[in-house]
Design a protein. Structure first.
Length: 693
């Protein structure tokens, strides 16, 4: 199938898919005039999208044709971090990159590290050709954990995988707990289901340390302390048991480890949890009553919950709740964190791990990149990292403890290649900066973690300037390194077909742009969980075999409440509403809406520090400090500040952002990050302090 299919110079809109890290995975229609995308809108034929896009992606044409878009390869000519480059041809860039990688690989290929994540969620432009390249090269593996690893491992250990109820049936629920999610900002199409349920009389409860825009629209907001979600879930279990609000038949037939779980839950009376969570006992008992007596009841869980030390245990505890009440019997009952485990992706065909042969390279966790770039070679660590290939990520802005990340990227002996759309914070440290295509310019295929449809993305326009697809860059490097496996000749349309093989009809994708997986409306009404036992596993023998607690429990934060007099405030760093991680920060229309980097602080905490709205403040701990504007706001609960992120460092005050103070600690399960497990102090700065550039 020729790759030019789908490119339009006018006429009918071209069908595509949103590439961004959001549960909704919207179907797009792109209108093209004279080879230029002039409008991106939601596809009304796709039931999940229903013609509606978020504010961010509705500006996607503005992003694609942005005046600061990288349109030609660049080579560094100034100091690392200065962002000084000169144009270079593609051949010259790829020839030199390949020669540098070949020389390093001859010494030890594990000294080469890819660094990527979810800059695109597409299966082809993310790792479709890149994984083949790095497998053949024998480079170090990257443990891609920076977003969802703790929650993923928790779901695997409890439900058997990233599976749950179908999102469309939340509209029929009578009680919805929105737990750790600002759905209005980050899960718009789910919020439309909530609105329908609310109109039909459902009660909506938001559980979140921050009084989000979503909390504003719910019947109740439970503002617990960061990292205390497992304590709340266990107290709910306590009350379900004490008041006999249990489905004993479902427990007996479809769960494992109930007696042990019962004993654990009975150790958590509401008074104990209330003290840890910092909420009234009555809120816990009332929520337990509502959850135990309302049918059907549903939980929309999101990844904010698991960005703390005990994040995996918290997700395990929350994901166990529906089995206690038999909520899974109803198609409008259960829990949803991610649906991506339902998708039959053929990752072996796409990524070709067989190209490794007998080699088993080391693994580097992307969360600890700050420390790892500064390590010397040791027997335990392996070789010093000599080359870094960054694509679909902006680690200088998004990785924790960014002071160390910057030090690592600034190493003169580190060879760094960055594939990007714009000159991001990370791009400033590149030796070569390679211009990448956007979603409107390439083929891709998408799963989802918020619904159960596969989406195909067709290119709507030809690549702008000299931009190239990620896949084409890695094909070019593979050819220069002499890789001869036929898989390196696969074009992008072939890779799209390989992603699902015969499990999804490709003709249907070509015709409609999407295809719905055949999943039952209530997938676990009669058990059948994809665990080893086929049951919801309250007790995980697999965790116990690793020397871990087989039952979920409350695991305190690394930096819990009251643990520091020097840094008395807990800080969470949820995304600003009009950004998606560090993406869209440079889209002027969206940045104008956000204004500038902000820290929300409760009135009582502000008064104790002499802080008023609009003051420039210093947010600091032992790891570093960053400056921003303060907003005295009821969105912050007492003792917790909200550092809205993730701004590019270069667009913030003094060239830093919120990740200057976050840590490289890892979660209890899954080795994920603990962005919301962070204690700081906040101090007002003199009025003469400089404003953002």
């Amino acid at each position: 199938m020729p790759q030019a299919i789908g490119i339009s110079t006018g006429g009918a809109p071209v069908r595509g898919a949103c590439p961004h890290d959001c549960p909704d995975t919207c179907a797009l229609l792109t209108t093209v005039e004279h080879g230029r995308a002039i409008r991106v809108q939601g596809n009304p034929a796709h039931p999940q999208t229903d013609g509606v896009l978020c504010t961010k992606v509705s500006r996607y044409a503005e992003r694609t044709h942005h005046p600061e878009r990288l349109l030609q390869p660049l080579k560094r000519v100034g100091p690392k971090g200065a962002g000084q480059f000169e144009p270079v041809s593609w051949d010259a860039a790829l020839d030199d990159i390949a020669a540098r990688l070949k020389a390093i690989a001859a010494r030890d290929p594990e000294a080469i590290l890819p660094y990527s994540y979810a800059g695109t969620m597409g299966l082809v432009q993310s790792e479709g050709m890149a994984a083949r390249f790095f497998h053949q090269l024998g480079a170090s593996h990257l443990e891609r954990t920076i977003c969802s690893a703790a929650g993923t491992e928790a779901l695997v250990q409890t439900l058997g995988g990233k599976v749950g109820m179908k999102v469309e049936f939340f509209a029929q629920s009578k009680l919805i707990l929105i737990w750790g999610s600002n759905s209005i900002a980050s899960n718009l199409h789910f919020w439309r289901q909530v609105q329908q349920a609310k109109r039909d009389g459902a009660r909506i409860v938001c559980i979140d340390p921050r009084k989000t825009e979503t909390a504003d629209k719910c019947h109740e907001h439970i503002a617990l302390r960061p990292g205390t979600d497992a304590a709340l879930a266990l107290a709910l279990m306590h009350e379900l048991i004490r008041n006999h609000w249990l489905d004993h038949d479902y427990i007996a037939q479809h769960t494992l480890g109930w007696e042990r779980m019962r004993e654990r839950a009975l150790q958590w009376p509401p008074a104990r949890a209330a003290e840890i969570c910092g909420i009234p006992v009555q809120q816990i008992t009332d929520l337990a009553r509502d959850y135990g007596t309302t049918r059907p009841a549903a939980i929309r869980l999101n990844y904010g919950v698991q960005r703390v030390h005990g994040g995996g245990n918290a997700v395990r505890a929350i994901a166990s709740l529906p089995a206690l009440t038999g909520a899974w019997r109803h198609r409008a009952g259960g829990v949803l964190l991610s649906s991506s485990g339902h998708f039959p992706i053929d990752r072996a065909a796409l990524h070709r791990p067989d190209l490794l042969g007998a080699r088993r390279p080391r693994t580097i966790n992307m969360v600890t990149i700050g420390d790892d770039l500064l390590r010397e070679a040791t027997q335990d660590f392996g070789p010093k990292i000599e080359a870094l290939i960054v694509y679909n990520s902006n680690p200088v802005a998004v990785a924790p403890e960014s002071g160390k990340v910057v030090q690592g990227f600034a190493r003169d002996d580190l060879f760094t290649v960055v594939l990007e759309h714009f000159q991001t914070d990370t791009a400033d440290y590149a030796d070569y900066l390679l211009p990448a295509t956007t979603q409107l310019e390439h083929w891709d295929i998408h799963a989802s973690y918020g619904h159960t449809d596969v989406l195909l993305n067709r290119p709507a326009i030809a690549p702008v300037g000299q931009t190239r697809t990620n896949t084409d860059v890695f094909r070019g490097l593979a050819a220069r390194l002499g890789f001869t496996d036929p898989g390196f000749a696969d074009d992008d349309a072939t890779l799209c077909r390989a992603a699902f093989g015969d499990a999804v009809g490709f003709d249907e994708l070509l015709e409609n742009g999407f295809a719905t997986l055949p999943i039952s409306d209530a997938p676990f009404a009669s058990g059948g969980f994809p665990t080893p036992s086929g049951r919801c596993e309250f007790f995980s023998a697999r965790l116990a075999a690793q020397g871990l607690d087989g039952l979920p429990d409350h695991v305190p934060n690394y930096e819990p409440a009251g643990s520091s007099t020097a840094y008395p405030l807990a800080m969470i760093s949820p995304p600003a509403r009009n950004f998606l991680n560090s993406t869209f920060v440079n889209v002027k229309s969206l940045r104008d809406i956000e204004g500038e980097p902000l820290l929300e602080i409760h009135a009582s905490d502000a008064a104790a520090r002499g802080i008023a709205t609009g003051d420039v403040v210093r947010v600091f701990n032992d790891r570093g400090a960053y400056h921003c504007k303060a907003v005295v706001s009821p969105r912050a609960r007492p003792g917790v500040v909200n550092g809205l992120g993730v701004w590019w460092r270069k667009l913030g005050l003094h060239g830093t952002n919120v990740n200057q103070v976050t840590s490289q600690h890892l979660t209890d399960l899954g080795r994920g990050p603990v962005f919301y497990d962070c204690r700081v102090e906040v101090a007002s700065l003199p009025a003469a302090s400089p404003s953002p550039a």
